[in-house]
Design a protein. Structure first.
Length: 206
């Protein structure tokens, strides 16, 4: 299998804590934010995200991982939607009972799963933040962060005490680094041959 979450997830039985931690660190935030947009509270959204991770890591799901030939992002969205439906079938008290488990009906990956523009937007938001964090915190990256927040070149130059030309050149270099890092992160969850198609699908959100 390619080096994507699928190959990592298949190590679940050998090191479940490591895989759960990886999924939570990399993919929890868009799941939480999407769930909140569906009308659930932030607290309940955290519960949903935790259940999504547990479902993806369950053995009967893992047995079908080799058969799944689609983007991990699409699979995560499909599982998230199913967990939200299951959540709404139960009262809040039951959801917060540590002994309770959401029924696993419909756990198989649906063949008719589709992407969702809102989930894609949140996915890209988390992706960009991860990429920016990995670039470090030098002056050029700080300038790029300010530009992404709507600051002008002049405002950034005044804030950093640098020339406008230095700011524009620095932001250009930081954007190139950001682009390469985003491509690297995308290659973690789709096969290498599908990276360009995934970038094209997400480009309107970048």
């Amino acid at each position: 299998m390619p080096s994507t979450p699928w190959s990592t997830i298949l190590q679940f039985r050998a090191n479940p804590d490591k895989v759960r931690d990886l999924l939570i660190r990399r993919y929890r935030q868009p799941v939480v934010e999407f769930t909140i947009l569906q009308g659930l509270s932030p607290h309940d959204a955290e519960d949903v995200a935790q259940e999504v991770v547990l479902r993806v890591c369950r053995e009967n799901f893992l047995r079908k991982a080799d058969e799944i030939r689609t983007k991990f992002r699409t699979v995560l969205l499909a599982v998230t939607k199913r967990v939200i439906v299951s959540f709404r079938r139960h009262d809040t008290a039951a959801m917060r009972d540590k002994r309770r488990r959401i029924p696993i009906e419909g756990l198989d990956f649906p063949v008719d799963a589709e992407d969702d523009p809102e989930f894609d937007r949140l996915w890209v938001k988390a992706l960009v933040e991860r990429a920016l964090t990995s670039l470090g915190d030098d002056a050029s990256v700080q300038a790029l962060r300010l530009q992404l927040k709507g600051r002008t070149y002049q405002q950034i130059a005044d804030r950093q005490g640098r020339k406008v030309t230095d700011i524009t050149n620095g932001i250009h270099r930081a954007r190139e680094r950001l682009k390469r890092e985003i491509e690297r992160l995308i290659s973690e969850y789709v096969p290498r041959e599908d990276v360009e198609a995934e970038i094209a699908a997400l480009r309107r959100f970048l």
